[in-house]
Design a binder for this molecule. Structure first.
Ligand SMILES: C[S@@+](CC[C@H](N)C(=O)[O-])C[C@H]1O[C@@H](n2cnc3c(N)ncnc32)[C@H](O)[C@@H]1O
Length: 172
């Protein structure tokens, strides 16, 4: 396994048959936690966070967390307060969803896409490939986002990530 353990605060209010976190857990690729207090601290993938994830946040750069934590809930209940989880909170930069529910939507990734994107940015591409390989559409996420993911991984800090992101937002 890679440098990061994957943890999910599992709310269970989304369609269980389409839930990517449950599928990851079935393959022992992520651990589900049904309560906030049992969810361990880590790098919390939070679209409302003030700072974007960058390689600077990764293990080996003097930091702190070797866990990635996502909140698996419906986008309807994914409000700022729902992300009250322990750790350092980071948003993902511009990436486009490839899953059948939200295909083509920027920033609104599902849980496996969020983990895969974060792992690529943190230099753990093999781990990301392993996750997406469990989903028929999974590799499309890495293909659709190939250029930004490679460019983000070459950045040093969040300011550089935002500069790269601007190139894609300008094209929108
Ligand atoms: C809202 S849930 C939806 C999960 C969906 N039900 C599934 O089956 O995977 C997706 C989670 O992925 C993470 N995520 C998605 N897009 C993100 C972004 N732009 N920045 C940070 N985290 C993000 C967050 O933890 C978010 O709560």
């Amino acid at each position: 396994m890679g440098a990061y353990g994957l943890h999910v605060r599992y709310e269970g209010d989304d369609d269980p048959d389409k839930c990517s976190a449950r599928k990851l857990a079935r393959f022992d690729l992520a651990e589900l936690h049904r309560a906030t207090r049992s969810t361990p601290p880590g790098i919390v993938l939070n679209p409302f966070a003030d700072r974007v994830l960058s390689p600077e946040d990764g293990v080996g750069s003097g930091v702190r967390h070797d866990r990635l934590v996502a909140l698996d809930c419906s986008w309807e209940t994914a409000e700022r307060e729902a992300f009250d989880l322990e750790g350092i909170h980071r948003a993902l930069p511009f990436l486009v969803a490839a899953n059948p529910v939200n295909y083509g939507t920027p920033f609104e990734l599902n849980t496996v896409e969020a983990f895969a994107g974060a792992l690529c940015i943190l230099g753990q591409r093999d781990h990301a490939e392993e996750l997406v390989s469990k989903f028929t559409w999974g590799h499309t996420f890495l293909e659709l986002n190939d250029e930004p993911l490679r460019r983000y991984a070459e950045c040093t800090n969040s300011a550089e990530i935002l500069d790269v992101q601007d190139d894609y937002l300008d094209r929108e």
